[in-house]
Design a protein around this ligand. Structure first.
Ligand SMILES: O=P(O)(O)O[C@H]1O[C@H](CO)[C@@H](O)[C@H]1O
Ligand SMILES: Nc1nc2[nH]cnc2c(=O)[nH]1
Length: 293
């Protein structure tokens, strides 16, 4: 029933995992949240929690990265049923791209309509400061240019169409909602919007690579999110994503700065309460049961 899939999982495999979860809790989540590096504190805001360790969930990969606890948390945020991934999967952990995006299909089969993704990213835009929150308005899928797209392979129409549109990947209403909620919370000074570029990692970028990405139109760079967004949109969920700028990408040969994961986690900790308030306030105001595909 729960095969060890080498690359991806079939519709039936995803259904089996979703049904296994649905049998353990009566909560039916409408919003799915993915916590980025050091941002797992978001899950603590959920009430009436039912928690699963990834290693206990059939078919689920395991978290191997510091700052990604590896727990799936069902609960409510101000009364709204949610599910939260306290930790995500990345290409550099050695998982095939179809495997790191499996949770999006599970979300869909659990009944999730809206996905909110967070990540830690390096700032390429010279106006950005460490601690800024960037609403993602678009992405550049660098591994996708080389054919590493989570939708490559046979397409199952029960999830979505063969050639999904991505020019509307990031829901504009939700971007506006984030701006409005951010302004009400007094966060406007550190809220931005921009383009996120995903790379394979795990090495951080060279100076020449950062300069190139900036010239290509990227405002922030990271190693996640985009694959999840593609799969979430393919199966018709509404998507909002944001980056916490945890470090400045090094763009200058005179700089003494060195990107490191400790700084990433530290910035996450410093901004975690504000991110939690932003996400909670957004979740309470998200409308449901509309056709978002
Ligand atoms: O994108 P998230 O999971 O937030 O993590 C980011 O932070 C890690 C590097 O410090 C990388 O995994 C990068 O992708
Ligand atoms: N690729 C990449 N990922 C990150 N995650 C957090 N900061 C960074 C960064 O500078 N580069």
């Amino acid at each position: 029933m729960f095969p060890k899939a080498a690359a991806g999982y079939s519709y039936e495999d995803c259904r089996a995992t979703a049904d296994w979860l649905l049998a353990q809790t009566s909560l039916r989540p409408l919003v799915g949240i993915v916590c980025g590096s050091g941002l797992g504190g978001l899950a603590e805001a959920l009430k009436d929690q039912v928690v699963f360790n990834y290693k206990d969930i059939p078919n689920f990969p395991h978290s191997t990265v510091n700052g990604h606890a590896g727990r799936l948390v069902f609960g409510t945020l101000k009364g709204k049923p949610c599910i939260c991934m306290q930790g995500r999967f990345h290409l550099y952990e050695g998982y095939p791209v179809q495997k790191i995006t499996l949770p999006m299909r599970i979300f869909k089969l659990l009944g999730v309509e809206t996905v909110i993704l967070t990540n830690a990213a390096g700032g390429l835009n010279q106006d950005y400061k460490v601690g800024d929150i960037m609403i993602i308005k678009d992405h550049i899928n660098m591994p996708g240019f080389a054919g590493n797209n989570p939708l490559a392979g046979p397409n199952d129409e029960r999830f979505g169409v063969r050639f999904p549109c991505m020019s509307d990947a990031y829901d504009r209403e939700l971007q506006q909602l984030a701006q409005d909620v951010g302004a009400e919370l007094g966060y406007s000074d550190f809220m931005r919007e921009g383009v996120y570029c995903v790379l394979g990692g795990p090495s951080f970028e060279t100076i020449a690579e950062c300069r190139m990405l900036h010239k290509l139109g990227a405002d922030a760079v990271g190693m996640s999110t985009v694959h999840e967004v593609i799969v979430a949109r393919h199966c018709g969920m509404r998507v909002f994503a944001m980056s916490l700028i945890t470090n400045q990408a090094v763009m200058d040969y005179d700089s003494e700065e060195k990107a490191n994961h400790e700084e990433v986690l530290q910035t996450g900790e410093q901004r975690s309460k504000q991110l939690e308030r932003l996400v909670s306030a957004m979740v309470t105001r998200i409308e449901h049961n509309t056709n978002y595909a």
